[in-house]
Design a protein around this ligand. Structure first.
Ligand code: PMP
Length: 355
């Protein structure tokens, strides 16, 4: 048995894998595989309708927002956001909390003026900047809610007085959010929503078609909204598996229930990191992510040996991102507390064998 702590693509529930694999052989008694049906068939239309309804229900999305299933990953959103929201000659404000935030700002700077309102690069992004002001004439403020690489998370939406855009790729569906506080939310699916290949966008309808720019239709949120995410052939299978995963989440009791589990999971692992003198967390305690738990060893020379023990215990995907080093345990929705306990046990065993 493997405990998959991978950062994404990542663990999804076993039931989802089972049902998804069955649909590859035969989808819903159609005599056809999900991989060979038309995206315009009524069977697939029902999948998109249900997927959208589940997103709306699980996140309590207000009626005046569109829910879109797009392609190109969160990285394409780095470009689509300014294309659609930043007028020619306009300004956008970005909070720099890591590599993904930097990439998002860099793409926007190709289309207008970007103001970095604050950055935590001075401490290798181990904290979330708190005191900063946002220019009131900026078209929008962009921040990354969870910094997958560094293990920091923004739990409260910054109060900035201008439209807010958030990259929620690595914490969407992990905790309750108030969608009405945001103007646009985007997330690559491959963490808590489903497999790679589909990107979720939730956008306030009043922002559609408002930038005044001429943009290719494939990058225009309005074109996708008008077509019900069927402007072109959508990523059929990724949407289907996401829908199954969202059904699973709903059956569990929804986002508020999984949030409580995620709190317990994260607390259990952080407690061991803080207790065990061989390990130390890398993110500031106030800003610790519940999804990506980053830690190193006091003695970096022991890291290879711990990684070896982890491997023997079936703990996979815990090597830290190359820019941070050490370890990163990604503890997304589908990872159970038993996997956390297996990691904690390995840390204790390592401690016992060391001292
Ligand atoms: N934003 C965040 C917070 C991420 O974690 C990632 C990928 N891990 C990205 C953006 C980039 O996503 P994609 O590979 O889907 O373009």
């Amino acid at each position: 048995m493997k405990h998959n702590f991978g950062a994404g693509p990542c663990i999804l529930p076993k039931e989802v894998f089972q049902e998804a694999s069955q649909a590859v052989i035969e989808f819903n008694n159609t005599g056809l595989s999900i991989l060979e049906i038309s995206h315009r068939s009524k069977e697939f239309e029902q999948v998109v309708v249900e997927a959208e309804a589940l997103v709306r229900e699980l996140l309590n999305v207000p009626a005046d927002y569109s829910v879109l299933f797009l392609q190109g990953g969160a990285s394409q959103q780095f470009a689509m956001v300014p294309m659609n929201l930043l007028p020619e000659g306009g300004k956008a404000a970005y909070l720099d909390t890591g590599v993904w935030a930097t990439k998002a700002a860099k793409e926007a700077s190709k289309l207008g003026h970007v103001e970095i309102v604050a950055s935590s690069s001075d401490k290798n992004y181990t904290y979330i900047p708190k005191d900063y002001s946002v220019p009131s004439d900026a078209a929008y403020f962009h921040f990354t809610s969870n910094n997958t690489i560094y293990g920091t998370e923004v739990f409260e939406r910054p109060n900035v007085g201008i439209p807010v855009v958030s990259d929620m790729s690595s914490d969407i569906f992990s905790r309750v959010i108030d969608v009405s506080e945001y103007d646009l939310i985007y997330a690559g699916a491959q963490k808590n929503m489903g497999p790679a290949g589909v990107t979720l966008v939730i956008i306030k309808n009043e922002l559609l078609g408002k930038s005044g720019r001429t943009i290719p239709a494939i990058f225009d949120y309005q074109a996708h909204a008008k077509a019900g995410s069927m402007y072109n052939t959508p990523p059929v299978y990724s949407i289907y598996v996401s829908m199954l995963n969202l059904r699973w989440l709903k059956a569990k009791g929804g986002v508020s229930v999984i949030e409580q589990e995620n709190i317990v999971k994260a607390r259990t692992l952080y407690e061991e990191i803080d207790r065990n003198t061989l390990f130390k967390g890398t993110a500031d305690k106030d800003d610790r992510s519940r999804m990506n738990i980053t830690f190193v060893m006091e003695n970096p020379e022991q890291e290879a040996a711990f990684l070896e023990l982890a491997k023997e215990r079936g703990l996979v995907g815990i090597k830290g991102h190359r820019s941070v080093g050490g370890f990163r345990a990604s503890v997304y929705n589908a990872l159970t507390i038993s996997s956390i306990n297996a990691l904690v046990d390995a840390m204790r065993e390592f401690e016992e064998n060391t001292v």
